[in-house]
Every structure is written in structure tokens, then in C-alpha cells.
Ligand binder design. Structure first.
Ligand code: SDX
Length: 432
């Protein structure tokens, strides 16, 4: 029998055998199925890529039914418990967990690159007063592209790795400088601390008397960065790959990925969850809100996932972490609404029948708010963690001999060929 799909085209009575590899068929193998010899041949039609593999990857594996998330084979809960974000970033980029020497070198290389060029800081300082943090981050990352002339040499491994390290190193600084600009405060330069500790210091130093980075919050934020590090071919990573496929420098691809992440259906959901919880206002109003969601008035933000049809393993870890953070910051009154909302939704058939569970964004915003971050910074925090995944997936694309420039086709439903109106033709000949 062999691993093939037998297809009978009833339009012509012809039979075809299409090879099956890794539980997929190659869409291009369908092109041989045609009625007339000069037909284009069959294509697949898959809006939103509900059932399309765009690449081969060894970085992250998700089993959506079982709620499993592995990075290079290691379960996310073990990584979150035992390794720092920079160690997990090394794993995602390099393929193995670093030994002590590798970790020291990797951390040293990244922390040596945390400062940003003055020109990029001037771009940040030029932004108008607004809380459009993700728009500022897109622009600031794209601005980095103007500072490194060799960044376009994407086929040179050393140059490529240098830009990847710069992107992981500099995104916390870009984020902090954006926040300081928005809050009308002078920037605080990077300092010799942990990755998360340096970021918290650049964000909040001087915002209250004798501010010091709290070790428990530093550790909690680092775990949150780990939990956001990569998630196979999500929307923003697919954009990173799509832009990367025409081979510009990685700063331009990363700027596009940040733009995709900003949407409320993706990384912007953590901010939308907070707005939703504030709009609900009290546990008493949850039933009425749920009814409106079921009527389709709006979506329950922080719930649902294209791949997870079970509890998002990251949401489970974040929910557990909330207590650790609230011990330091005091609990977030919105937590009770979130917990009650989750309980009610998980028992309601509308959500159960659609396999809608809390995702990574449902609880993260509550922790970020308790830590003192404004809601507009929540998707920025997501981008900081995800930068490691974006650059790793980008490099995998650049090195993949099977990959070509991303250029999908379409089902054309517009007008057939037609002539322009006589009047326009007459005017054109006058101009000639
Ligand atoms: C992230 O892809 C990733 O890996 C993303 C991410 C990552 O780490 O990169 O995990 C991060 O983006 C998490 C998702 C954050 N977004 C939200 O929380 C926004 C709310 N959720 C959704 O809008 C939705 O669930 C998506 C966008 C996450 C997934 O949407 P799909 O897979 O396209 O599903 P769909 O829109 O086709 O919905 C299927 C059904 C529909 O109902 P019916 O038409 O069948 O009646 O489920 C319903 C939807 O109306 N539905 C929801 C819902 N999500 C889906 N109904 C109410 N509330 C929701 N949240």
C-alpha cells in the first residue's frame, strides 16, 4: 500500500497517488490534478492556515489536545522551574541547554549588548505623548536596522548570530526607554544585573524613594519571559518567517513580528483581559457578561487557542505564580473576578463544546499590573520573552534549504478581463 493518498478526480475519472510524509501531503503535489492539460492544477485553500504546515522545525512541539509544550524536547514546566530565561533562550537558539561555560559566555555576550545606539534612543524620544507602546517598539526595532550596516548579511553565521544576540539584548532596553519616555522620566541605562533585574531597574529606578529591584519579582518576571519564549508557528512567528523569507536584515523582520503580536487576538490579549476584567467590575456581573459573550457581543479575552484544546500549560504555571507575586505586591482585586470567570466559563457548555480554556494571556496581565506595569506595556513584555523564539525560528528559516520566498496564491473572484470605457481611451490618446 505505501504511504500515499489515493485521489480520484470525478471530474475526469482519473486516479492519483500523492505521497504522505510526516502526516502531511505537499500542497504542490496537487498541481498535477487538473481537467485540461494547461490548467494550473489544484491548490489548497486554507484561510488563517487552520490546517497548513509552513515549515519543518525542531524548536518547539505543542500537543494541543494534551496541553503539552516542549522546547527542544524539554517540558515547559521543568524549564520554567529550573532554568533562567537566558538559559532557555540559549536552548531555543542553539538546540541544547548551556553548560556553565556556555551559559557564562552567552550571558556575557548578551549583557554586553544591552545599550542601544544614541540614534535609536533619539527615535524613541521623538515619539509623541501616547500609550501606543507597541507602535513605538515596532519603530524602535526597525530603527536598529539603520545602525548595523552588516545586518543584511543573513547568510553569514557569525554576523547572523551577532544580530540575534543584539535583538535579545536590546529589546528590554528599548521597552524601558519607551516607558521612561511615556512617563516623562529620564532613561536609566543598563547595569550589571540579571536579564530581568536589569530590565526592572531600567523601568522603575527612581520611580519611588529608595526603589530596589525585589528578588521575588525579578524571578517571577524571568519565569514569565521563559513562558513566552517561543510557541511554534504562532501568528507573529509566522510573520518573522514570512518577512525573513525575502531575506532582509532580522531587525526588519522582528519589527513586523512585533506588529503582528500587538493585535488583541494575539499578544495584545493580555492588555484586553485587564480591560475586560475592569469592565466586568465585580463577580456579581460575571453571569451577565458571559451571556453577552455567548450571544457573540464580544470574546472572552484570554480564553481560547488555535492549537490548545486543553488548558494552556503556561496559564497553569502563571496562575500558580500569581500568589508568589501578590505576596510582595499585595493581591490584585481583579484576581477574584478572573478566578470566578474561569470557574463559570469552564462549566458552561458554550466554552466546553468549543474547547475554550484560559490561555497564556488570561492571568499574565494581573501579575504585570501588580508589578506596576501599565497595561500598554503588557504586550511589550510578551515581545521581550518572545524575541528569543523569533530569532531562533528566523535562523532556522534562513538555514532551511527547502524554504523559498513566501508567496501564497489566491482564489480570484474579481471581474474577468474587460476594456476601459471609451471616454478614458479617448482622453488617453489626447494625452499621448
Ligand atoms: C496568543 O498561536 C499561538 O500560539 C498564540 C500564543 C503564543 O504564545 O504565541 O499562544 C499567544 O495569542 C494566545 C491567544 C490570545 N488571544 C485571546 O485570548 C483572544 C481571545 N481568543 C480568541 O479570539 C481565539 O480563541 C483565538 C484567536 C485565540 C483563536 O481563534 P481561532 O482558532 O481562529 O478560533 P475561532 O475564532 O475560529 O473560534 C472558534 C469558535 C467560534 O465560535 P463558533 O463560530 O464556532 O460559534 O470559538 C469561538 C468563536 O466565536 N471562540 C470564542 C473565543 N475564542 C473562540 N468565543 C468566545 N470567546 C473567545 N475567546
Amino acid at each position: 500500500m505505501g504511504d500515499t493518498l489515493s485521489i480520484k478526480d470525478k471530474r475526469t475519472g482519473r486516479d492519483y497517488e500523492v505521497p504522505i510524509q510526516a502526516e502531511t501531503i505537499k500542497a504542490v503535489d496537487l498541481r498535477k490534478i487538473r481537467v485540461k492539460p494547461d490548467d494550473f492544477g489544484l491548490m489548497t485553500y486554507d484561510p488563517g492556515f487552520m490546517n497548513t504546515a509552513s515549515c519543518r522545525s525542531s524548536i518547539t512541539f505543542i500537543d494541543g489536545d494534551k496541553g503539552i509544550l516542549l522546547h527542544r524536547g524539554y517540558p515547559i514546566d521543568q524549564l520554567a522551574e529550573h532554568y533562567s530565561h537566558l538559559e532557555v533562550a540559549y536552548l531555543i537558539v542553539c538546540g541544547e541547554l548551556p553548560d556553565e561555560r556556555q551559559h557564562r559566555q552567552w550571558r556575557g555576550a548578551i549583557m554586553a549588548e544591552t545599550e542601544i545606539p544614541d540614534a535609536t534612543n533619539r527615535v524613541i524620544q521623538s515619539f509623541p505623548e501616547s500609550d501606543q507602546s507597541m507602535g513605538m517598539l515596532v519603530s524602535a526595532i526597525a530603527a536598529l536596522s539603520t545602525c548595523y550596516a552588516d545586518a543584511g548579511k543573513v547568510d553569514d553565521p557569525e554576523t547572523r548570530r551577532r544580530q540575534m544576540i543584539r535583538l535579545i539584548a536590546k529589546i528590554p532596553t528599548l521597552a524601558a526607554y519607551i516607558y521612561r519616555h511615556q512617563s516623562g522620566r529620564p532613561i536609566v541605562h543598563p547595569s550589571d544585573r540579571s536579564y530581568a533585574g536589569n530590565f526592572l531597574n531600567m523601568m522603575f529606578a527612581g520611580t519611588k524613594p529608595n526603589y530596589e529591584v525585589h528578588p521575588d519579582l525579578e524571578q517571577a518576571l524571568d519565569v514569565l519571559f521563559v513562558l513566552h519564549a517561543d510557541h511554534e508557528q504562532n501568528c507573529s512567528t509566522s510573520v518573522m518567517r514570512c518577512i525573513g523569507s525575502s531575506r532582509p536584515d532580522p531587525y526588519l523582520a522582528a519589527a513586523g513580528a512585533v506588529g503582528a503580536l500587538a493585535g488583541p487576538l494575539h499578544g495584545g490579549a493580555n492588555e484586553a483581559v485587564l480591560e475586560m476584567l475592569e469592565a466586568i467590575g465585580s463577580t456579581k456581573r460575571i453571569p451577565e457578561y458571559i451571556e453577552r459573550v455567548k450571544k457573540g457581543d464580544f470574546r472572552l479575552m484570554g480564553f481560547g487557542h488555535r492549537v490548545y484544546k486543553n488548558y494552556d500549560p503556561r496559564a497553569r504555571i502563571i496562575k500558580r505564580m500569581a500568589d508568589q507575586v501578590f505576596k510582595v505586591t499585595g493581591t490584585n482585586p481583579l484576581l477574584d473576578i478572573a478566578l470566578e470567570l474561569e470557574q463559570i466559563a469552564l462549566q458552561d457548555d458554550y466554552f466546553k463544546s468549543r474547547k475554550l480554556y484560559p490561555n497564556v494571556d488570561f492571568y499574565s496581565g494581573l501579575i504585570y499590573q501588580a508589578m506596576g506595569f501599565p497595561a500598554s506595556m503588557f504586550p511589550v513584555l510578551f515581545a521581550i520573552g518572545r524575541m528569543a523564539g523569533w530569532v531562533a525560528q528566523w535562523e532556522e528559516l534562513i538555514k532551511d534549504p527547502e524554504q523559498k520566498i513566501a508567496r501564497p496564491r489566491q482564489i480570484y473572484e474579481g471581474p474577468a478581463t474587460r476594456d476601459v470605457p471609451a471616454k478614458a481611451k479617448a482622453e488617453a490618446s489626447e494625452r499621448a
